[in-house]
Design a protein around this ligand. Structure first.
Ligand SMILES: [Zn+2]
Length: 597
Protein backbone atom coordinates (compact mmCIF):
# COMPACT_ATOMS: atom_id res chain seq x y z
CA UNK A 1 0.00 0.00 0.00
CA UNK A 2 2.75 2.32 -0.88
CA UNK A 3 1.89 4.01 -4.13
CA UNK A 4 1.71 7.74 -4.00
CA UNK A 5 -1.93 8.19 -2.93
CA UNK A 6 -4.01 9.20 -5.92
CA UNK A 7 -6.27 12.18 -5.64
CA UNK A 8 -9.77 11.34 -4.46
CA UNK A 9 -12.23 12.63 -6.96
CA UNK A 10 -15.58 14.17 -6.48
CA UNK A 11 -17.78 14.77 -9.51
CA UNK A 12 -20.73 17.07 -9.66
CA UNK A 13 -23.33 15.87 -12.11
CA UNK A 14 -24.66 19.44 -12.26
CA UNK A 15 -23.48 20.38 -15.70
CA UNK A 16 -24.61 17.22 -17.46
CA UNK A 17 -27.22 19.12 -19.42
CA UNK A 18 -24.67 21.56 -20.79
CA UNK A 19 -24.09 19.79 -24.07
CA UNK A 20 -23.36 22.60 -26.44
CA UNK A 21 -25.38 23.68 -29.42
CA UNK A 22 -24.96 20.66 -31.73
CA UNK A 23 -24.73 16.93 -31.43
CA UNK A 24 -21.08 15.98 -30.80
CA UNK A 25 -19.22 13.85 -33.35
CA UNK A 26 -16.62 11.11 -32.80
CA UNK A 27 -14.00 13.63 -33.92
CA UNK A 28 -15.13 15.99 -31.13
CA UNK A 29 -14.73 13.14 -28.66
CA UNK A 30 -11.17 12.46 -29.81
CA UNK A 31 -10.23 16.13 -29.56
CA UNK A 32 -11.84 16.35 -26.15
CA UNK A 33 -9.95 13.41 -24.70
CA UNK A 34 -6.63 14.52 -26.23
CA UNK A 35 -7.06 17.88 -24.62
CA UNK A 36 -8.11 16.35 -21.29
CA UNK A 37 -5.14 13.99 -21.25
CA UNK A 38 -2.60 16.73 -21.93
CA UNK A 39 -4.02 19.21 -19.48
CA UNK A 40 -4.52 16.66 -16.68
CA UNK A 41 -1.02 15.35 -17.25
CA UNK A 42 0.51 18.79 -16.77
CA UNK A 43 -1.61 19.55 -13.71
CA UNK A 44 -0.76 16.12 -12.32
CA UNK A 45 2.97 16.76 -12.68
CA UNK A 46 2.67 20.08 -10.85
CA UNK A 47 0.76 18.48 -8.03
CA UNK A 48 3.16 15.51 -7.85
CA UNK A 49 6.12 17.87 -7.50
CA UNK A 50 4.38 19.84 -4.78
CA UNK A 51 3.40 16.62 -2.99
CA UNK A 52 6.98 15.40 -3.19
CA UNK A 53 8.30 18.58 -1.60
CA UNK A 54 5.60 18.47 1.06
CA UNK A 55 6.39 14.83 1.91
CA UNK A 56 10.13 15.38 2.12
CA UNK A 57 10.02 18.76 3.84
CA UNK A 58 6.91 19.22 5.97
CA UNK A 59 6.08 22.85 6.74
CA UNK A 60 2.85 24.87 6.77
CA UNK A 61 3.91 26.42 3.47
CA UNK A 62 4.70 23.21 1.62
CA UNK A 63 1.41 21.75 2.84
CA UNK A 64 -0.53 24.78 1.67
CA UNK A 65 1.09 24.78 -1.78
CA UNK A 66 0.53 21.04 -2.22
CA UNK A 67 -3.12 21.29 -1.13
CA UNK A 68 -3.70 24.08 -3.63
CA UNK A 69 -2.14 22.25 -6.57
CA UNK A 70 -3.89 19.00 -5.65
CA UNK A 71 -7.22 20.78 -5.55
CA UNK A 72 -6.57 22.39 -8.91
CA UNK A 73 -5.84 18.98 -10.47
CA UNK A 74 -8.90 17.38 -8.87
CA UNK A 75 -11.22 20.14 -10.00
CA UNK A 76 -10.00 19.87 -13.58
CA UNK A 77 -10.46 16.11 -13.49
CA UNK A 78 -14.03 16.48 -12.20
CA UNK A 79 -14.79 19.01 -14.87
CA UNK A 80 -13.53 16.75 -17.65
CA UNK A 81 -15.30 13.70 -16.20
CA UNK A 82 -18.58 15.61 -16.15
CA UNK A 83 -18.15 16.82 -19.69
CA UNK A 84 -17.16 13.37 -20.94
CA UNK A 85 -20.75 12.19 -20.49
CA UNK A 86 -21.86 14.26 -23.47
CA UNK A 87 -20.27 11.65 -25.73
CA UNK A 88 -22.35 8.84 -24.20
CA UNK A 89 -23.97 6.70 -26.86
CA UNK A 90 -21.68 7.85 -29.70
CA UNK A 91 -20.04 5.14 -31.81
CA UNK A 92 -16.34 5.65 -31.05
CA UNK A 93 -13.09 3.88 -31.90
CA UNK A 94 -12.08 1.52 -29.08
CA UNK A 95 -9.16 3.61 -27.81
CA UNK A 96 -11.19 6.80 -27.46
CA UNK A 97 -14.08 4.87 -25.92
CA UNK A 98 -11.80 3.31 -23.30
CA UNK A 99 -10.13 6.60 -22.45
CA UNK A 100 -13.52 8.26 -21.91
CA UNK A 101 -14.73 5.36 -19.81
CA UNK A 102 -11.64 5.49 -17.58
CA UNK A 103 -12.03 9.23 -17.17
CA UNK A 104 -15.63 8.83 -15.98
CA UNK A 105 -14.80 5.92 -13.68
CA UNK A 106 -11.95 7.80 -12.03
CA UNK A 107 -14.46 9.26 -9.58
CA UNK A 108 -14.98 7.61 -6.19
CA UNK A 109 -18.01 9.73 -5.39
CA UNK A 110 -20.45 11.70 -7.54
CA UNK A 111 -22.09 14.69 -5.91
CA UNK A 112 -25.73 15.31 -6.90
CA UNK A 113 -26.73 18.00 -9.40
CA UNK A 114 -28.51 20.09 -6.79
CA UNK A 115 -25.87 22.60 -5.60
CA UNK A 116 -27.07 22.53 -2.00
CA UNK A 117 -26.90 18.76 -1.87
CA UNK A 118 -23.56 18.78 -3.61
CA UNK A 119 -22.14 21.16 -1.05
CA UNK A 120 -23.64 19.09 1.76
CA UNK A 121 -22.07 15.85 0.53
CA UNK A 122 -18.65 17.45 0.13
CA UNK A 123 -18.90 18.85 3.65
CA UNK A 124 -20.03 15.53 5.15
CA UNK A 125 -17.25 13.46 3.57
CA UNK A 126 -14.61 15.93 4.74
CA UNK A 127 -16.09 15.99 8.22
CA UNK A 128 -16.18 12.18 8.60
CA UNK A 129 -12.56 11.86 7.48
CA UNK A 130 -11.65 14.71 9.84
CA UNK A 131 -13.46 13.05 12.76
CA UNK A 132 -11.53 9.86 12.10
CA UNK A 133 -8.20 11.70 11.92
CA UNK A 134 -8.86 13.47 15.21
CA UNK A 135 -10.09 10.29 16.92
CA UNK A 136 -8.52 9.59 20.32
CA UNK A 137 -9.06 7.45 23.36
CA UNK A 138 -8.57 9.32 26.62
CA UNK A 139 -8.92 6.76 29.44
CA UNK A 140 -8.19 9.19 32.31
CA UNK A 141 -8.35 12.83 31.32
CA UNK A 142 -6.78 14.87 28.50
CA UNK A 143 -3.21 13.97 29.47
CA UNK A 144 -3.89 10.29 28.83
CA UNK A 145 -5.13 10.61 25.23
CA UNK A 146 -3.96 8.03 22.72
CA UNK A 147 -4.29 8.39 18.96
CA UNK A 148 -4.54 5.53 16.50
CA UNK A 149 -0.75 5.18 16.24
CA UNK A 150 -0.45 4.70 20.00
CA UNK A 151 -3.38 2.31 19.96
CA UNK A 152 -1.96 0.32 17.07
CA UNK A 153 1.14 -0.29 19.16
CA UNK A 154 -0.90 -1.37 22.17
CA UNK A 155 -2.99 -3.79 20.10
CA UNK A 156 0.17 -5.24 18.54
CA UNK A 157 2.27 -5.61 21.66
CA UNK A 158 0.10 -5.87 24.75
CA UNK A 159 -0.98 -9.29 26.01
CA UNK A 160 -3.07 -7.84 28.83
CA UNK A 161 -6.68 -8.72 27.98
CA UNK A 162 -8.12 -5.89 30.05
CA UNK A 163 -5.98 -3.25 28.34
CA UNK A 164 -6.67 -4.71 24.90
CA UNK A 165 -10.39 -4.62 25.50
CA UNK A 166 -10.33 -1.08 26.89
CA UNK A 167 -8.26 0.14 23.96
CA UNK A 168 -10.63 -1.54 21.51
CA UNK A 169 -13.74 -0.09 23.14
CA UNK A 170 -12.03 3.29 23.50
CA UNK A 171 -11.20 3.55 19.81
CA UNK A 172 -14.63 2.35 18.71
CA UNK A 173 -16.18 5.23 20.64
CA UNK A 174 -14.95 7.68 17.96
CA UNK A 175 -17.50 6.59 15.35
CA UNK A 176 -21.04 6.79 16.82
CA UNK A 177 -21.04 10.58 16.23
CA UNK A 178 -20.42 9.87 12.51
CA UNK A 179 -23.49 7.70 12.13
CA UNK A 180 -26.01 10.44 11.26
CA UNK A 181 -23.59 11.88 8.69
CA UNK A 182 -22.99 8.46 7.24
CA UNK A 183 -26.72 7.90 6.60
CA UNK A 184 -26.92 11.19 4.74
CA UNK A 185 -23.67 10.45 2.85
CA UNK A 186 -25.20 7.20 1.59
CA UNK A 187 -28.35 8.96 0.38
CA UNK A 188 -26.50 11.74 -1.39
CA UNK A 189 -23.73 9.59 -2.89
CA UNK A 190 -26.41 7.28 -4.28
CA UNK A 191 -28.29 10.21 -5.74
CA UNK A 192 -25.16 11.44 -7.51
CA UNK A 193 -24.34 7.96 -8.81
CA UNK A 194 -27.88 7.52 -10.14
CA UNK A 195 -27.69 10.83 -11.96
CA UNK A 196 -24.66 9.40 -13.77
CA UNK A 197 -26.61 6.27 -14.73
CA UNK A 198 -25.46 3.81 -12.04
CA UNK A 199 -27.88 1.82 -9.88
CA UNK A 200 -26.22 3.17 -6.72
CA UNK A 201 -22.80 4.23 -5.42
CA UNK A 202 -21.70 0.62 -4.79
CA UNK A 203 -22.58 -0.31 -8.36
CA UNK A 204 -20.49 2.66 -9.53
CA UNK A 205 -17.48 1.31 -7.61
CA UNK A 206 -17.98 -2.18 -9.04
CA UNK A 207 -18.22 -0.83 -12.58
CA UNK A 208 -14.45 -0.24 -12.66
CA UNK A 209 -13.70 -3.88 -13.27
CA UNK A 210 -14.41 -4.44 -16.95
CA UNK A 211 -17.39 -6.70 -16.24
CA UNK A 212 -21.04 -6.26 -15.16
CA UNK A 213 -21.06 -5.04 -11.51
CA UNK A 214 -23.09 -7.99 -10.24
CA UNK A 215 -20.88 -10.54 -12.00
CA UNK A 216 -17.87 -8.97 -10.31
CA UNK A 217 -19.49 -9.48 -6.90
CA UNK A 218 -20.08 -13.16 -7.74
CA UNK A 219 -16.46 -13.54 -8.85
CA UNK A 220 -15.28 -12.42 -5.42
CA UNK A 221 -17.44 -14.98 -3.65
CA UNK A 222 -16.08 -17.68 -5.94
CA UNK A 223 -12.50 -16.68 -5.11
CA UNK A 224 -13.27 -16.62 -1.41
CA UNK A 225 -14.74 -20.14 -1.53
CA UNK A 226 -11.42 -21.33 -2.99
CA UNK A 227 -9.45 -19.98 -0.01
CA UNK A 228 -11.99 -20.62 2.74
CA UNK A 229 -10.84 -24.12 3.81
CA UNK A 230 -7.33 -22.80 4.51
CA UNK A 231 -8.74 -19.86 6.46
CA UNK A 232 -10.94 -22.16 8.56
CA UNK A 233 -7.91 -24.31 9.45
CA UNK A 234 -5.81 -21.26 10.36
CA UNK A 235 -8.68 -19.82 12.40
CA UNK A 236 -9.16 -23.08 14.36
CA UNK A 237 -5.46 -23.36 15.16
CA UNK A 238 -5.12 -19.70 16.22
CA UNK A 239 -8.29 -19.95 18.33
CA UNK A 240 -6.93 -22.98 20.20
CA UNK A 241 -3.60 -21.20 20.86
CA UNK A 242 -5.36 -18.05 22.06
CA UNK A 243 -7.58 -20.15 24.33
CA UNK A 244 -4.46 -21.70 25.82
CA UNK A 245 -3.19 -18.17 26.50
CA UNK A 246 -6.36 -16.31 27.54
CA UNK A 247 -8.62 -19.11 28.82
CA UNK A 248 -12.41 -18.95 28.57
CA UNK A 249 -12.35 -15.44 27.09
CA UNK A 250 -11.79 -17.35 23.86
CA UNK A 251 -14.54 -19.90 23.10
CA UNK A 252 -13.59 -23.46 22.20
CA UNK A 253 -15.73 -23.52 19.10
CA UNK A 254 -17.21 -20.04 18.48
CA UNK A 255 -15.92 -16.84 16.89
CA UNK A 256 -12.68 -15.23 18.18
CA UNK A 257 -12.95 -11.92 20.10
CA UNK A 258 -11.72 -9.15 17.80
CA UNK A 259 -9.41 -7.53 20.35
CA UNK A 260 -7.04 -10.48 20.79
CA UNK A 261 -5.58 -10.76 17.28
CA UNK A 262 -2.91 -8.09 17.44
CA UNK A 263 -4.65 -5.44 15.34
CA UNK A 264 -7.42 -2.92 16.01
CA UNK A 265 -9.56 -4.33 13.20
CA UNK A 266 -8.28 -7.91 13.48
CA UNK A 267 -7.39 -7.50 9.80
CA UNK A 268 -3.92 -9.03 9.98
CA UNK A 269 -2.73 -11.32 12.76
CA UNK A 270 1.04 -11.44 12.32
CA UNK A 271 1.58 -9.41 15.49
CA UNK A 272 0.50 -12.40 17.56
CA UNK A 273 2.99 -14.71 15.85
CA UNK A 274 4.90 -15.26 19.11
CA UNK A 275 1.69 -16.68 20.63
CA UNK A 276 1.03 -19.15 17.82
CA UNK A 277 4.59 -19.87 16.67
CA UNK A 278 5.00 -23.52 15.61
CA UNK A 279 7.68 -25.38 17.61
CA UNK A 280 11.02 -26.08 15.86
CA UNK A 281 10.08 -23.80 12.99
CA UNK A 282 12.90 -21.32 13.21
CA UNK A 283 14.36 -20.95 9.70
CA UNK A 284 17.81 -20.61 11.21
CA UNK A 285 18.60 -17.19 9.79
CA UNK A 286 17.48 -13.64 10.18
CA UNK A 287 17.79 -11.25 7.24
CA UNK A 288 18.45 -8.26 9.50
CA UNK A 289 21.41 -10.03 11.08
CA UNK A 290 22.71 -11.17 7.67
CA UNK A 291 22.59 -7.62 6.31
CA UNK A 292 24.27 -6.16 9.39
CA UNK A 293 26.98 -8.78 9.32
CA UNK A 294 27.93 -7.56 5.85
CA UNK A 295 27.81 -3.90 6.85
CA UNK A 296 25.13 -3.30 4.22
CA UNK A 297 24.35 0.39 3.74
CA UNK A 298 21.18 1.98 2.35
CA UNK A 299 22.57 2.18 -1.16
CA UNK A 300 23.41 -1.48 -1.23
CA UNK A 301 19.89 -2.25 0.05
CA UNK A 302 18.38 -0.42 -2.95
CA UNK A 303 20.97 -1.96 -5.28
CA UNK A 304 19.81 -5.43 -4.19
CA UNK A 305 16.26 -4.47 -5.19
CA UNK A 306 17.32 -2.99 -8.51
CA UNK A 307 19.51 -6.02 -9.13
CA UNK A 308 16.45 -8.24 -8.83
CA UNK A 309 14.75 -6.49 -11.74
CA UNK A 310 17.92 -6.30 -13.81
CA UNK A 311 18.28 -10.06 -13.37
CA UNK A 312 14.84 -10.42 -14.99
CA UNK A 313 16.01 -8.41 -18.02
CA UNK A 314 14.78 -4.92 -17.06
CA UNK A 315 17.03 -1.88 -17.60
CA UNK A 316 18.67 -0.41 -14.50
CA UNK A 317 16.98 2.58 -12.88
CA UNK A 318 17.80 6.01 -14.37
CA UNK A 319 20.51 8.17 -12.85
CA UNK A 320 17.86 10.67 -11.70
CA UNK A 321 16.35 7.96 -9.49
CA UNK A 322 19.56 7.94 -7.46
CA UNK A 323 19.84 11.71 -7.43
CA UNK A 324 16.26 12.68 -6.60
CA UNK A 325 14.93 9.93 -4.31
CA UNK A 326 14.84 10.23 -0.55
CA UNK A 327 16.50 7.14 0.93
CA UNK A 328 17.28 8.26 4.45
CA UNK A 329 15.58 10.26 7.14
CA UNK A 330 17.06 13.77 7.07
CA UNK A 331 18.39 15.06 10.35
CA UNK A 332 17.21 18.63 9.98
CA UNK A 333 13.52 18.45 9.06
CA UNK A 334 10.25 16.54 9.28
CA UNK A 335 9.39 14.14 6.47
CA UNK A 336 6.79 11.44 5.76
CA UNK A 337 8.80 8.27 6.32
CA UNK A 338 6.04 5.90 5.12
CA UNK A 339 7.59 4.18 2.09
CA UNK A 340 6.19 5.09 -1.33
CA UNK A 341 7.08 4.83 -5.02
CA UNK A 342 6.66 7.86 -7.27
CA UNK A 343 6.58 8.66 -10.97
CA UNK A 344 6.69 12.42 -10.88
CA UNK A 345 6.40 13.24 -14.59
CA UNK A 346 5.08 9.82 -15.69
CA UNK A 347 8.07 9.81 -18.08
CA UNK A 348 11.48 9.09 -16.60
CA UNK A 349 11.43 10.73 -13.20
CA UNK A 350 11.01 7.67 -10.95
CA UNK A 351 11.66 8.03 -7.24
CA UNK A 352 11.58 6.13 -4.00
CA UNK A 353 10.73 7.86 -0.75
CA UNK A 354 11.73 5.94 2.32
CA UNK A 355 13.67 6.18 5.57
CA UNK A 356 15.68 3.03 5.01
CA UNK A 357 16.81 1.03 8.00
CA UNK A 358 19.05 -1.97 7.66
CA UNK A 359 16.41 -4.57 8.48
CA UNK A 360 14.82 -7.58 6.83
CA UNK A 361 11.52 -5.73 6.76
CA UNK A 362 12.95 -2.81 4.77
CA UNK A 363 14.77 -5.24 2.49
CA UNK A 364 11.35 -6.66 1.56
CA UNK A 365 9.77 -3.22 1.34
CA UNK A 366 12.43 -2.02 -1.14
CA UNK A 367 11.71 -4.96 -3.46
CA UNK A 368 8.00 -4.21 -3.14
CA UNK A 369 8.33 -0.48 -3.83
CA UNK A 370 10.59 -1.00 -6.83
CA UNK A 371 7.83 -3.27 -8.19
CA UNK A 372 5.70 -0.13 -8.40
CA UNK A 373 8.54 1.85 -10.01
CA UNK A 374 9.19 -0.76 -12.69
CA UNK A 375 5.44 -1.01 -13.41
CA UNK A 376 5.35 2.78 -13.77
CA UNK A 377 8.25 2.76 -16.17
CA UNK A 378 6.83 -0.10 -18.24
CA UNK A 379 3.60 1.76 -19.03
CA UNK A 380 5.13 5.20 -19.56
CA UNK A 381 5.15 4.77 -23.34
CA UNK A 382 1.35 4.62 -23.40
CA UNK A 383 -1.03 7.57 -23.71
CA UNK A 384 -1.53 9.27 -20.31
CA UNK A 385 -4.99 7.70 -19.75
CA UNK A 386 -3.48 4.23 -19.81
CA UNK A 387 -0.56 4.92 -17.46
CA UNK A 388 -1.94 2.91 -14.60
CA UNK A 389 -2.21 -0.70 -13.49
CA UNK A 390 -4.67 -3.03 -15.25
CA UNK A 391 -7.10 -2.64 -12.38
CA UNK A 392 -6.50 -1.13 -8.97
CA UNK A 393 -5.52 -4.50 -7.47
CA UNK A 394 -2.66 -5.02 -9.93
CA UNK A 395 -0.23 -2.35 -8.72
CA UNK A 396 0.00 -3.66 -5.16
CA UNK A 397 -0.02 -7.24 -6.41
CA UNK A 398 3.12 -6.67 -8.51
CA UNK A 399 5.15 -5.30 -5.61
CA UNK A 400 4.05 -8.17 -3.41
CA UNK A 401 4.73 -10.75 -6.13
CA UNK A 402 8.35 -9.66 -6.20
CA UNK A 403 8.53 -9.84 -2.40
CA UNK A 404 7.32 -13.47 -2.59
CA UNK A 405 10.52 -14.26 -4.50
CA UNK A 406 12.69 -13.34 -1.51
CA UNK A 407 13.33 -16.98 -0.63
CA UNK A 408 16.31 -18.52 1.19
CA UNK A 409 17.65 -19.59 -2.24
CA UNK A 410 17.57 -15.97 -3.40
CA UNK A 411 19.54 -14.91 -0.32
CA UNK A 412 22.10 -17.60 -1.12
CA UNK A 413 22.45 -16.24 -4.68
CA UNK A 414 23.09 -12.75 -3.29
CA UNK A 415 25.78 -14.18 -1.06
CA UNK A 416 23.93 -13.16 2.09
CA UNK A 417 23.29 -16.70 3.23
CA UNK A 418 25.64 -19.68 2.94
CA UNK A 419 23.11 -22.44 2.61
CA UNK A 420 19.28 -22.59 2.35
CA UNK A 421 17.66 -24.33 5.33
CA UNK A 422 15.78 -27.58 4.87
CA UNK A 423 12.14 -27.16 3.74
CA UNK A 424 10.99 -28.76 6.99
CA UNK A 425 11.79 -25.35 8.54
CA UNK A 426 9.29 -23.56 6.28
CA UNK A 427 6.27 -23.83 8.59
CA UNK A 428 7.31 -20.80 10.63
CA UNK A 429 7.73 -18.58 7.56
CA UNK A 430 4.47 -19.83 6.06
CA UNK A 431 2.61 -19.31 9.32
CA UNK A 432 3.77 -15.73 9.60
CA UNK A 433 2.79 -15.03 6.02
CA UNK A 434 -0.62 -16.69 6.46
CA UNK A 435 -1.32 -14.60 9.58
CA UNK A 436 -0.73 -11.56 7.43
CA UNK A 437 -2.27 -12.52 4.09
CA UNK A 438 -4.84 -15.27 4.67
CA UNK A 439 -6.31 -13.60 7.76
CA UNK A 440 -6.69 -10.42 5.71
CA UNK A 441 -8.79 -11.85 2.87
CA UNK A 442 -12.21 -12.22 4.54
CA UNK A 443 -11.72 -8.87 6.27
CA UNK A 444 -11.10 -7.12 2.96
CA UNK A 445 -14.14 -8.83 1.51
CA UNK A 446 -16.44 -7.81 4.37
CA UNK A 447 -15.66 -4.09 4.23
CA UNK A 448 -17.11 -3.64 0.77
CA UNK A 449 -19.71 -6.42 1.00
CA UNK A 450 -21.16 -4.39 3.82
CA UNK A 451 -20.89 -1.06 2.00
CA UNK A 452 -22.35 -2.44 -1.23
CA UNK A 453 -25.39 -3.70 0.73
CA UNK A 454 -25.67 -0.34 2.49
CA UNK A 455 -25.59 1.57 -0.80
CA UNK A 456 -28.12 -0.79 -2.41
CA UNK A 457 -30.51 -0.35 0.52
CA UNK A 458 -30.41 -4.02 1.47
CA UNK A 459 -28.95 -2.90 4.83
CA UNK A 460 -31.07 -0.06 6.34
CA UNK A 461 -29.53 2.43 8.80
CA UNK A 462 -31.24 0.84 11.80
CA UNK A 463 -29.25 -2.34 11.08
CA UNK A 464 -25.82 -0.88 10.29
CA UNK A 465 -24.01 -2.29 13.29
CA UNK A 466 -25.91 -5.57 13.59
CA UNK A 467 -25.22 -6.50 9.93
CA UNK A 468 -21.57 -5.42 10.20
CA UNK A 469 -21.01 -8.01 12.91
CA UNK A 470 -23.16 -10.60 11.14
CA UNK A 471 -20.91 -10.35 8.10
CA UNK A 472 -17.75 -10.37 10.19
CA UNK A 473 -18.92 -13.49 11.95
CA UNK A 474 -20.04 -15.19 8.76
CA UNK A 475 -16.85 -14.58 6.77
CA UNK A 476 -14.19 -14.15 9.43
CA UNK A 477 -15.43 -16.00 12.51
CA UNK A 478 -14.75 -12.86 14.56
CA UNK A 479 -16.98 -11.36 17.28
CA UNK A 480 -16.95 -8.02 19.12
CA UNK A 481 -15.23 -8.29 22.53
CA UNK A 482 -18.19 -6.62 24.27
CA UNK A 483 -21.91 -6.39 23.46
CA UNK A 484 -22.75 -3.98 20.68
CA UNK A 485 -25.99 -2.20 19.84
CA UNK A 486 -27.24 0.24 17.24
CA UNK A 487 -25.90 3.02 19.46
CA UNK A 488 -22.51 1.97 18.14
CA UNK A 489 -21.21 2.47 14.61
CA UNK A 490 -18.23 0.15 14.38
CA UNK A 491 -17.69 0.32 10.59
CA UNK A 492 -16.85 4.04 10.99
CA UNK A 493 -13.87 3.15 13.20
CA UNK A 494 -12.09 1.92 10.04
CA UNK A 495 -10.38 4.66 8.02
CA UNK A 496 -11.56 3.58 4.57
CA UNK A 497 -15.22 3.60 5.62
CA UNK A 498 -15.00 6.99 7.28
CA UNK A 499 -13.00 8.43 4.37
CA UNK A 500 -14.94 6.95 1.43
CA UNK A 501 -12.09 4.86 0.05
CA UNK A 502 -13.11 1.67 -1.80
CA UNK A 503 -11.40 -1.39 -0.36
CA UNK A 504 -11.80 -4.26 -2.79
CA UNK A 505 -8.44 -3.54 -4.45
CA UNK A 506 -6.67 -4.98 -1.40
CA UNK A 507 -8.60 -8.23 -1.65
CA UNK A 508 -7.73 -8.46 -5.36
CA UNK A 509 -4.06 -7.69 -4.75
CA UNK A 510 -3.87 -10.40 -2.14
CA UNK A 511 -5.36 -12.99 -4.51
CA UNK A 512 -3.50 -11.88 -7.63
CA UNK A 513 0.01 -11.84 -6.17
CA UNK A 514 -0.05 -15.59 -5.62
CA UNK A 515 -1.51 -16.22 -9.06
CA UNK A 516 1.25 -14.04 -10.59
CA UNK A 517 3.90 -15.75 -8.48
CA UNK A 518 2.81 -19.24 -9.54
CA UNK A 519 2.67 -18.27 -13.23
CA UNK A 520 6.11 -16.62 -13.13
CA UNK A 521 7.59 -19.52 -11.16
CA UNK A 522 6.39 -21.84 -13.91
CA UNK A 523 7.93 -19.57 -16.54
CA UNK A 524 11.16 -19.74 -14.55
CA UNK A 525 10.90 -23.56 -14.62
CA UNK A 526 10.78 -23.78 -10.85
CA UNK A 527 9.79 -27.27 -9.81
CA UNK A 528 10.22 -27.05 -6.02
CA UNK A 529 7.53 -26.09 -3.51
CA UNK A 530 5.95 -22.80 -4.59
CA UNK A 531 7.01 -21.01 -1.40
CA UNK A 532 10.63 -21.80 -2.28
CA UNK A 533 10.45 -20.56 -5.88
CA UNK A 534 12.25 -17.32 -6.68
CA UNK A 535 12.08 -15.87 -10.17
CA UNK A 536 15.40 -14.09 -9.60
CA UNK A 537 17.59 -14.42 -12.69
CA UNK A 538 14.85 -15.74 -14.99
CA UNK A 539 14.61 -13.84 -18.28
CA UNK A 540 11.54 -15.94 -19.19
CA UNK A 541 9.70 -14.82 -16.06
CA UNK A 542 10.87 -11.26 -16.74
CA UNK A 543 9.43 -11.27 -20.25
CA UNK A 544 6.10 -12.55 -19.00
CA UNK A 545 5.95 -9.97 -16.28
CA UNK A 546 6.90 -7.18 -18.64
CA UNK A 547 4.28 -8.24 -21.20
CA UNK A 548 1.65 -7.48 -18.58
CA UNK A 549 3.29 -4.36 -17.11
CA UNK A 550 3.71 -2.60 -20.44
CA UNK A 551 -0.02 -2.91 -21.21
CA UNK A 552 -0.82 -0.58 -18.33
CA UNK A 553 -4.54 0.06 -18.31
CA UNK A 554 -4.90 0.11 -22.10
CA UNK A 555 -6.99 -3.07 -22.23
CA UNK A 556 -9.46 -4.77 -19.87
CA UNK A 557 -7.61 -6.34 -16.94
CA UNK A 558 -8.57 -9.80 -18.18
CA UNK A 559 -6.23 -9.28 -21.17
CA UNK A 560 -3.41 -8.23 -18.86
CA UNK A 561 -3.99 -11.25 -16.64
CA UNK A 562 -3.89 -13.51 -19.67
CA UNK A 563 -0.45 -12.16 -20.62
CA UNK A 564 1.08 -13.09 -17.31
CA UNK A 565 -0.99 -16.09 -16.18
CA UNK A 566 -2.34 -17.55 -19.43
CA UNK A 567 -5.93 -17.30 -18.19
CA UNK A 568 -8.60 -14.60 -18.14
CA UNK A 569 -9.94 -15.66 -14.74
CA UNK A 570 -8.62 -14.80 -11.32
CA UNK A 571 -7.72 -17.99 -9.51
CA UNK A 572 -7.11 -18.39 -5.79
CA UNK A 573 -5.90 -21.98 -6.13
CA UNK A 574 -2.36 -20.56 -6.30
CA UNK A 575 -2.80 -19.54 -2.65
CA UNK A 576 -3.70 -23.11 -1.75
CA UNK A 577 -0.63 -24.37 -3.63
CA UNK A 578 1.66 -21.87 -1.94
CA UNK A 579 0.44 -22.73 1.55
CA UNK A 580 0.05 -26.48 0.96
CA UNK A 581 2.74 -27.44 3.52
CA UNK A 582 1.09 -25.22 6.12
CA UNK A 583 -2.34 -26.71 5.37
CA UNK A 584 -0.99 -30.22 6.03
CA UNK A 585 0.64 -29.05 9.25
CA UNK A 586 -2.52 -27.24 10.43
CA UNK A 587 -4.67 -30.28 9.69
CA UNK A 588 -2.43 -32.37 11.95
CA UNK A 589 -2.61 -29.75 14.74
CA UNK A 590 -6.39 -29.43 14.44
CA UNK A 591 -7.05 -33.15 14.54
CA UNK A 592 -9.81 -33.94 17.04
CA UNK A 593 -10.32 -30.22 17.77
CA UNK A 594 -13.33 -28.12 16.74
CA UNK A 595 -13.04 -26.18 13.48
CA UNK A 596 -15.43 -23.52 12.19
CA UNK A 597 -17.68 -21.35 14.32
ZN1 LIG B 1 2.67 -0.92 -2.44
Amino acid sequence: MHLRPSLALICAAAALAACGPRKPTPEDARKFIDDAEQRLLLLGIDSARADWIKSTYITDDTEAVAAKLDERAINANVEYAKNATRFDGLALDPVTARKLKLLKLSLTIATPADPKESEELTRITASMEGAYGKGKWCPSGPESCKDIEDLTKIMAESRDPKLLRDAWVGWHAISPPMRKDFVRYVELANKGARELGFKDNGAMWRSQYDMPPDDFAKELDRLWEQVRPLYVSLHAYVRARLRAKYGDAVPASGPIPADLLGNMWAQTWDNIYPLVQPPNADPGYDITALLKKRNTDWKQMVKYGEGFFVSLGFDPLPQTFWERSMFQKPRDRDVVCHASAWDIDTQTDLRLKMCIQITGEDFLTIHHELGHNFYQRAYMKLPPSFRNSANDGFHEAVGDTIALSITPEYLVKLGLLDRAPDTSKDIGLLMRRALEKIAFLPFALVIDQWRWKVFSGEIPPEKYNETWWQLREKYEGIAPPVNRTENDFDPGAKYHVAANVPYMRYFLADILQFQFHRALAQAASCTGPLNRCSIYGSKEAGQRLNAMLEMGQSQPWQDALEKIAGTRQMDASAIRDYFAPLQTWLDAQNQGKPTGW
